[in-house]
Design a protein. Structure first.
Length: 174
């Protein structure tokens, strides 16, 4: 029996990386959506509590996988520079707070990892993928006014921290 064209279409979507279901990425100047997400330390991080702060929200596919580990450790290694620039960092995935806690502890991550288990934030910012159970590796640098300073539609795990610091410097000291 030959597979139907609908089955083949669905199968092809599984193989195409970065296929999004919801909105495309937000653009510079857009207000970042509000959120309340559970962190790996059992606190709840609310966007309303971040007003007046500059922060990076980076989406990662899965805790303790090679690319995600590389990105998290690069951000960890740049932590003192990020702190000096007064940039808060939040990693977001669909992982449970327990999985995120194990990941944060294993690699001594100094920032919070947030669980977007219902995928609401990922869907609202273009990080969700059709039929793929992990978010895209994208990031947003958000200004103190809650508006997007820079979006990162394609992130290199090893250089992302450096890219964010360079971009923030150029945005604040034109």
């Amino acid at each position: 029996m030959k597979p139907s064209w609908i089955f083949l279409l669905c199968l092809s979507l599984l193989v195409i990386p970065g296929t999004a279901t919801g909105d495309e990425m937000l653009t510079i100047g857009d207000v970042f959506p509000s959120f309340d997400l559970q962190a790996h330390d059992d606190s709840v991080v609310s966007s309303s509590d971040l007003k007046g702060s500059v922060y990076l929200v980076y989406f990662y596919p899965k805790a303790d996988t090679p690319g995600c580990t590389k990105e998290a450790c690069a951000l960890r290694d740049a932590w003192s520079d990020l702190k000096d620039a007064e940039i808060l960092v939040f990693g977001v995935s669909y992982d449970t707070p327990r999985s995120n806690r194990a990941f944060a502890e294993k690699f001594s991550l100094p920032f919070l990892l947030l669980s977007d288990s219902d995928k609401a934030l990922a869907k609202s910012v273009g990080a969700d993928r059709f039929l793929i159970p992990v978010p895209k590796r994208i990031s947003y640098l958000i200004g103190a006014d809650g508006k997007i300073l820079k979006g990162y539609p394609s992130v290199s795990p090893s250089s992302h921290a450096e890219d964010v610091l360079k971009d923030f410097e150029s945005l604040t000291n034109p």
